[in-house]
Design a protein around this ligand. Sequence first.
Ligand code: C5P
Length: 224
Amino acid sequence: GATGPLTGRHVLITSGPTHEPIDPVRYIANRSSGKQGHAIAEAAIEAGATVTLVSGPVSLPDPAGARIIRVETAREMLDAVEHALPADLFVATAAVADWRPSRQNDSKLKKHSDGEPLALSLIENPDILATVGRSASARPRLVIGFAAETDRLLEHATAKLDRKGCDMIVANDVGPTTGVMGGDRNTVHLVTRAGIESWPTLSKIDVARRLIARCAETLTGILP
Ligand code: C5P
């Protein structure tokens, strides 16, 4: 691979949505395309890193040169991430489903003959970013989270820094009028304990390259 500012570093990235099964043919999902996470994998490879990409179900080509682990559910994603550690840099880009059906039916659910509503009971999924960011034994030196919000963006992002043990939260507005979900461009704000830095609207690959350049700089300052 290429030699660059991340040569010799292991970068672990999550990307895409997760699918949480309801029964053998149905699942709960979200609108994440995986484009931003996959672009970060590409940028990290360009920068010379050894890259592990843990990806939920997406319809994107595999970034050339990354080790790719495909998963479906949040619990599978956590398992894959834990097995891929240690890493120097962890970037949690995936739109992990916050909840999953509390039980997965073994056979396809049938409509109620009397037209009664179906109640789905949901339980919380593990938080992958918080698990890694707050790990006492396996925390990568640099941990980056994303925050996709439709309202009170920077307030929510700032709260996530401490709650999830991150060094930086990349906050992006995913309101319905922004076109960010599934689109090719992104407008982000970098939230760190030192403050907030807002970037202009860029293509997702340019956001990825700038973010990776920033992470490489930070790692150079703190690692041998
Ligand atoms: O709290 P919220 O879901 O908005 O946080 C988003 C950040 O947390 C993203 O970096 C996402 O990848 C990560 N996350 C996670 N596991 C979850 C939920 C979110 O890693 N179960």
